[in-house]
Design a binder for this molecule. Structure first.
Ligand SMILES: Cc1cc2nc3c(=O)[nH]c(=O)nc-3n(C[C@H](O)[C@H](O)[C@H](O)COP(=O)(O)OP(=O)(O)OC[C@H]3O[C@@H](n4cnc5c(N)ncnc54)[C@H](O)[C@@H]3O)c2cc1C
Length: 387
């Protein structure tokens, strides 16, 4: 990825910031309170042409990489983390489709995505293998010139709202007993699919992370991404980098929101008995400084990871693996400190800081989880295989 592509980021960021202020931030509290999927956010981002962030310029998109993805999700995440997650997962799904797109994928998916007419998302996780999302058990067979899919995915962000789902499967045939797995695009209106219970999350409440069951679901052969057995390539070359940067950006935004809430409260809260503001108390000044340092250190790591990976530098891997874990740690810690600084008024039911705390917690359990990423970072630094 060259400097020319990065030179477009300020313009894309300004556009995103405008949408965040006008269309996303005003409804963020309602998204959390009522647990509604943020259709208003996704429609505004689509109308502004931002659905095509990861679509190559040749098909009408912006042809952007990881730096743009992390900066845009940070901007959205600071206002409405659920919206950032929904947009981020659409972008990750798009990058997976674009990685080895055929002429059919370009026409049926990438051009409509760039035009803001199609939303996709990623359906990898299953309850059986849990956070080991790279080990699907959903089966894939070829029968009468079509794929037949059986299995159940869990936690699909944008579940029930996206137009297509990028699904991971494992081949089951006498000819192919390698255990290799493959990615398919499954259209939303495909027969023999069934959505499971609506999402009712502790945080990220607008996310619509739902389960989807496939029962002898027939999918055209042309919906295969790459070649059969390619999924390991997809997981580590495309899914992981784009997912990690979309999430690192989102949780960096969450951390920034917590810092901002703490700063606003420190400046505005004044005691009636002494006239002193919280900002004048040294303990709180120190706590606030620590929060700011954490956020800025995380931002530097996230930016560095994105730049190195966009440039294709050989040493990008540990930066990429560590930045989502670090952003999650920072978001949870800074949200916790914001709760302390904002006192009882923030502890009241569903305050802004309470929402930030609940949203921040999703970072540690979204796979690759924080604990798994630490192990992978260590292995990458020691020159050991990740798995
Ligand atoms: C808000 C939200 C949105 C999501 N969106 C999507 C999505 O769009 N698409 C999708 O495919 N999935 C999605 N997921 C699923 C997510 O990526 C994980 O697969 C899921 O949260 C795993 O849950 P589990 O209970 O099965 O975890 P488990 O696998 O049971 O893990 C429980 C704990 O054990 C730890 N653990 C497990 N194995 C190891 C190990 N080897 N080393 C160290 N620690 C380990 C984990 O880190 C975790 O802390 C989403 C999840 C959430 C919460």
């Amino acid at each position: 990825m060259d400097n020319f592509v990065h030179s477009k980021i300020p313009e894309l960021l300004t556009l995103t910031n405008t949408i965040v202020q006008a269309d996303i931030a005003p409804y963020a509290e309602r998204v959390d309170r009522e647990g509604i999927w943020p259709e208003h956010s996704m429609s505004a981002l689509a109308a502004a042409g931002l659905f095509g962030l990861q679509v190559p310029a040749a098909f009408g998109g912006h042809g952007q990489g990881l730096l743009a993805l992390s900066m845009l999700t940070e901007s959205i995440g600071a206002a409405c983390p659920s919206s950032a997650l929904c947009f981020g997962m659409h972008c990750v799904g798009t990058a997976v489709i674009a990685a080895k797109a055929t002429a059919f994928h370009e026409e049926a998916y990438l051009r409509p995505i760039a035009a803001g007419r199609h939303m996709t998302t990623l359906a990898l996780s299953e309850s059986g293998s849990g956070s080991h999302f790279y080990l699907p058990q959903t089966s894939l067979q070829v029968e009468a010139g079509e794929f037949v899919v059986n299995g159940t995915k869990q936690f699909i962000t944008n579940g029930g709202h996206a137009d297509s789902y990028v699904v991971s499967t494992v081949a089951q045939s006498d000819e192919d007993d390698t255990g290799d797995f493959s990615c398919l695009i499954v259209d939303a209106d495909t027969a023999n699919t069934q959505w499971l219970a609506p999402w009712d999350g502790f945080g990220m409440r607008g996310n619509s992370s739902r389960g989807l069951a496939f029962q002898n679901t027939r999918v055209p052969l042309q919906n295969l991404l790459g070649t059969q057995g390619d999924q390991v390539w997809y997981v580590f070359e495309v899914v992981a980098p784009y997912f990690l940067m979309a999430m690192a950006g989102t949780y960096l935004g969450v951390a920034q929101a917590a810092l901002d809430a703490a700063g606003a409260h420190l400046r505005s809260r004044r005691f009636s008995h002494s006239g002193q503001s919280l900002a004048e108390i040294e303990t709180l000044q120190t706590r606030y400084a620590d929060m700011w340092m954490s956020v800025e250190k995380t931002r530097a790591l996230v930016r560095e990871a994105a730049r190195r990976a966009d440039l294709g530098l050989a040493d990008a891997l540990p930066f990429l693996l560590s930045c989502k874990a670090d952003a999650g740690d920072t978001a949870v810690r800074v949200a916790n400190d914001a709760m302390t600084i904002c006192g009882g008024s923030a502890y009241r039911e569903n305050s802004r800081v309470a929402q930030i705390m609940r949203d921040a917690r999703a970072s540690h359990v979204m796979s690759p989880t924080t604990d798994i990423l630490r192990t992978w970072t260590g292995r990458a630094l020691l020159g050991l295989p990740l798995l």
